[in-house]
Design a protein around this ligand. Structure first.
Ligand SMILES: CC(C)(COP(=O)(O)OP(=O)(O)OC[C@H]1O[C@@H](n2cnc3c(N)ncnc32)[C@H](O)[C@@H]1OP(=O)(O)O)[C@@H](O)C(=O)NCCC(=O)NCCS
Length: 177
């Protein structure tokens, strides 16, 4: 049994474990458009470049890193300062047991302490698990960008999900018809 899980800030020596979990997502073909394996040195540089506004967390079970999550500013424009893109990766052997949800709930709790007012996810439309996770965590599907990325010569559609962290902000945006 994997539980109990511990969620804690990532440390430099987690780089290898994080990279291995990321590479599982790369191989799935639906988690990220990135291709190729990522070595530990590359992941170390990536971790070292993160700031308080772009934190990375590890999900640990019995001393083993089985998941990671991250926040990053969505835009450099100051009026979008409070909008973060989120990422959650769970190793395949630990999926389907609620850990992804726990990692995302933790990001939702952490985000306001890092100055964010909204989380946004960009998810390939064929990533059923990520869309299900977002929906169950209270995100709304804003819509999907058609042919937004071109990977290996193939157009890919990308869904956008969002959750505002102010409970007073609800519903859809007002668009003129
Ligand atoms: C997306 C991901 C993080 C989900 O993690 P997980 O630990 O399996 O998710 P949970 O067990 O917490 O499940 C969360 C919800 O998603 C649903 N779900 C999970 N996997 C699913 C799947 N393959 N198909 C349909 N629904 C799925 C669960 O039933 C649950 O819904 P519920 O609360 O209504 O029962 C995991 O599949 C993963 O790491 N995928 C690769 C990386 C990725 O795509 N990340 C998303 C980019 S941000």
């Amino acid at each position: 049994m994997l539980r109990p899980w511990l969620i804690r800030p990532a440390r430099p020596h987690d780089a290898g474990a994080l990279g291995a979990i990321y590479d599982e997502g790369v191989r799935s073909g639906v988690a990220t458009f990135a291709t190729g394996a990522h070595d530990e040195a590359e992941r170390r540089r990536w971790l070292a470049a993160r700031s308080a506004r772009a934190p990375v967390f590890c999900g640990e079970a019995h001393g083993r890193v089985v998941a990671w999550s991250a926040l990053a500013p969505l835009s450099h424009r100051e009026w979008y300062d409070g909008v973060a893109e989120y990422t959650v990766y769970v190793t395949s052997s630990a999926r389907g047991r609620g850990l992804g949800r726990q990692m995302l709930d933790h990001l939702l709790e952490t985000a306001p302490t890092r100055g964010y007012w909204k989380l946004v996810g960009m998810i390939m439309v064929d990533n059923r698990a990520a869309l299900a996770l977002a929906r169950t965590a209270g995100f709304r599907v804003v819509g999907a960008h058609r042919a937004h990325a071109r990977v290996a010569g193939r157009w890919r559609d990308v869904a956008i999900v969002e959750r505002h962290l102010d409970p007073g902000v609800a519903g859809e945006a007002n668009l003129p018809s």
